[in-house]
Structure formats: structure tokens, C-alpha cells
Design a protein around this ligand. Structure first.
Ligand SMILES: [Zn+2]
Length: 402
């Protein structure tokens, strides 16, 4: 029992030091001791271990350091040594990316997916392809499967309205997935949770309570409460996209009516424009994207402005209820949502002022994501490394859900 505790403490300390070196490149051992509160001897031993295992490197004497006497050495992350393979599932394509634990995507491959294929089998095939002969198995810290789905821990299955799982994927889902990747540590995460984690880490969000709303094929939300991701990376606590904003509205694939996802998703834009009497060239397009709508509204197209304003009203209605439930201090609109542009954000804020609970809105900020819509790959790697990877244990055969 004592040994286990020591391992837990050592793993936490190594993670802490790695975290500080990531955020303060060039930091010295002495500064690390101050930042972490660990003794200089402990820091020195752990830093030596991280260097020996190629997680970090000593970049030599710091010339510009004001310290009198012996100059300290600067520490930095070691690039190009350890990776996670992140595999993302969507309706028509499976994407696999090799992500350096320093946060860089170094390689990516994809395969088309059609109904009847097996996500599990196709993912393993892609995984084997992305591991070229120059990579050793020990360099892969883990495999992360990222799904636009609710991951149900109790029922051991995933629920999604945007993917069509083949029958071979549905039965005994978790065990089949685990056995396909039995030789590597494996994790399965929700895509919105990964995007939110990337935003938290890489844009250094100071707020401990914040919501991240992801506009992709569906609309998802991830909530951080007191710095913790609610329900881990499973999306099993929140199905924001299936919040009904109109009980008499359109039928959603989940079975309910008027879900946010069906009312304001990108697929509905053209239909809403036509209903609004659109006569502009915009409606000649086969499909109208959020970016098309946001741009047209910005340049003064009246029907685009009308639809954008209607969507903002619908979205704000759901958002004001979310604010009443969990009181986030920051709301980030990510994924394709930021293509809706500045007018949408203004409209959302104005609507919230009319319908929201003022006491909570006073301390609320809303902004678009600073990252691109593929940030969830890096987010998945980082979440896996921060939350599940263990410096002190051989992690083969482990399977992490959320
Ligand atoms: Zn629904």
C-alpha cells in the first residue's frame, strides 16, 4: 500500500514539473522548486529522470539570467519523442493523427467510411498505417478514440445521433474496442470534451467554471465546474444539443421535438433562409454554411441578418437556461460556431440581457474559441497525458473511458 502511495505521489510530482516546464520554457531547477513547492533535491532527482527518459531536455546555461554566481540551466520539453494516436470518428470519414505530446500534429491519415463498415476494425487498420517503421511502440503513450457521442459508462455503450454504428460495432462495444487495441493503452473520449480541454490548456483559461459549446454536425457542450470536467470526457451529464427550445418544433433524430441541434444546425440554414423569403444569391448555393450566413449578414443581406438573428435568439434561449443551471463565468463558442461571426455574438449577448438571469449574467463573458476546429485532436492527447498517463506504471492493456 505504501509503495502505491509513493508511486502516486511521484507520478503527480513528475506531472507538475512537466506542466511548469511546458508553460515556462527555459525554467531552471531552482525556479521549478519555487513554483512547485517541492524541495530542490526532489526537483533535481525528478528532472534528471525526465531528462533520462527523453521527456524534457536541458538546453544549457542561461546567458541572460541575472543570477550572480553559477548560472542555472534552462529546461524545455523534448519534441519528437512521445506521441498519442488520436482517431476521430465521423459519419463519412475516420481521421487518425499522430500528436506529439508537446502539442504538435506531425502526421495524419484518413479513410472513407460508409454505412455497414466497422469503426473499430477501420480504426485499427488506420492505426497500423500511421505507425511507420521509424516509430517504436514505447513512443506511443496511448491511443485515443474520439467520438461525437455520449459515452455511457453504466450501459457500456455509446449513444449518438450523428454516427451510424454498424451492427458489428454495437454488440459488446467496449470489449470489442479494447480487444482491437489490446497491445496499447486505450481511451475513448467525447469530441466536445476534448475541444474544451484544448481551449482550457492552450488558451490558459483562468475561469474555474466555464462552458464550451461545440458546433459541429451536432451541438455539444462541455462544462468545467471548479476546474473539473463534469462527467469526465464522456458527455454523459449534458446533452445540450437535445435541449428542446420548441415542443412543437421539428422532429429530431433523438425522438424529441424542437431540439436545439435540429433547430439551429448548419444543415437547417438554407431552409430557414427560404422560409425567411430569401431572394439573394445565397439561396442558389446547394448548401449554406454558417460561414456563408455570417458573411452575408455582415455585408448587409437582410434575409441572412434575419436568420442569423433568429438563430441567435434560439441559441440564447437554451444558453440562458444553461446559465441558470450551472452559472459559468465564461462561455466559449467553438467548432464551426465561430464562423457565424461578430453579429451573431452581439445578438446572443443582447438576447441574453433580455431573457437571462441578471445576477448571473453580470459576471459572464462570451467569446469565440481561439483555436481551430481540429483542436480536439491535440485536446484528446493532452487530456490523456494529463489525466490518465502514469509515469510510474506500465500502462499496456489499460482502457480509460472518459
Ligand atoms: Zn434531439
Amino acid at each position: 500500500m505504501k509503495l502505491v502511495n509513493q508511486q502516486v505521489i511521484k507520478n503527480n510530482n513528475l506531472k507538475t514539473l512537466y506542466h511548469f516546464i511546458q508553460h515556462e520554457p527555459g525554467v531552471s531547477r531552482a525556479q521549478l522548486a519555487k513554483l512547485s513547492g517541492l524541495s530542490k533535491t526532489t526537483v533535481s532527482t525528478l528532472v534528471d529522470e525526465l531528462i533520462a527518459r527523453n521527456f524534457i531536455q536541458d538546453t544549457g546555461i542561461l546567458d541572460d539570467c541575472a543570477t550572480v554566481g553559477r548560472k542555472p540551466n534552462g529546461l524545455q520539453l523534448f519534441h519528437g519523442q512521445y506521441y498519442a494516436v488520436v482517431i476521430s470518428w465521423s459519419k463519412k470519414v475516420i481521421l487518425a493523427k499522430l500528436v506529439d505530446i508537446c502539442g504538435v500534429i506531425v502526421k495524419e491519415i484518413s479513410a472513407p467510411f460508409s454505412a455497414g463498415d466497422s469503426f473499430i476494425t477501420s480504426s485499427r487498420t488506420l492505426f497500423d498505417k500511421i505507425l511507420d517503421s521509424e516509430l517504436h511502440a514505447e513512443q506511443i503513450l496511448g491511443v485515443c478514440i474520439v467520438v461525437p457521442a455520449m459515452i455511457d459508462l453504466d450501459k457500456k455503450e455509446i449513444f449518438t445521433t450523428t454516427l451510424q454504428l454498424g451492427s458489428s460495432d454495437e454488440n459488446d462495444f467496449f470489449s470489442r474496442l479494447q480487444s482491437a487495441f489490446h497491445d496499447f493503452p486505450l481511451a475513448i473520449f467525447n469530441d466536445t470534451a476534448c475541444a474544451a480541454y484544448a481551449e482550457k490548456v492552450y488558451t490558459r483559461i483562468p475561469q474555474r467554471d466555464f462552458a464550451y459549446i461545440n458546433f459541429q454536425h451536432g451541438i455539444g457542450a462541455a462544462l468545467f465546474i471548479r476546474d473539473q470536467l463534469l462527467g469526465k470526457a464522456t458527455a454523459s451529464y449534458t446533452q445540450f444539443g437535445h435541449y428542446s427550445i420548441d415542443p412543437n418544433g421539428k422532429q429530431c433524430s433523438c425522438g424529441n421535438k424542437g431540439c436545439l441541434e435540429i433547430m439551429i444546425s448548419e444543415d437547417t440554414i438554407k431552409e430557414r433562409l427560404i422560409e425567411a423569403g430569401c431572394r439573394s444569391a445565397l439561396c442558389q448555393n446547394e448548401k449554406v454554411t454558417y460561414a456563408d450566413l455570417g458573411t452575408a449578414a455582415l455585408y448587409g443581406d437582410p434575409s441572412a441578418q434575419k436568420v442569423l438573428s433568429d438563430i441567435a435568439r434560439d441559441f440564447s434561449y437554451a444558453l440562458s437556461n444553461l446559465v441558470c443551471l450551472v452559472h459559468p463565468k465564461l462561455i466559449i463558442i467553438g467548432g464551426k460556431g465561430k464562423d457565424l461571426g461578430p453579429i451573431f455574438l452581439d445578438d446572443v449577448l443582447n438576447n441574453l440581457k433580455q431573457t437571462g438571469f441578471h445576477r448571473m449574467l453580470d459576471s459572464l463573458r462570451i467569446r469565440y474559441s481561439f483555436l481551430d476546429s481540429t483542436a480536439y485532436f491535440v485536446g484528446a492527447m493532452k487530456y490523456f497525458f494529463d489525466i490518465h498517463y502514469d509515469f510510474t506504471q506500465d500502462p499496456a492493456h489499460s482502457f480509460f473511458i472518459g
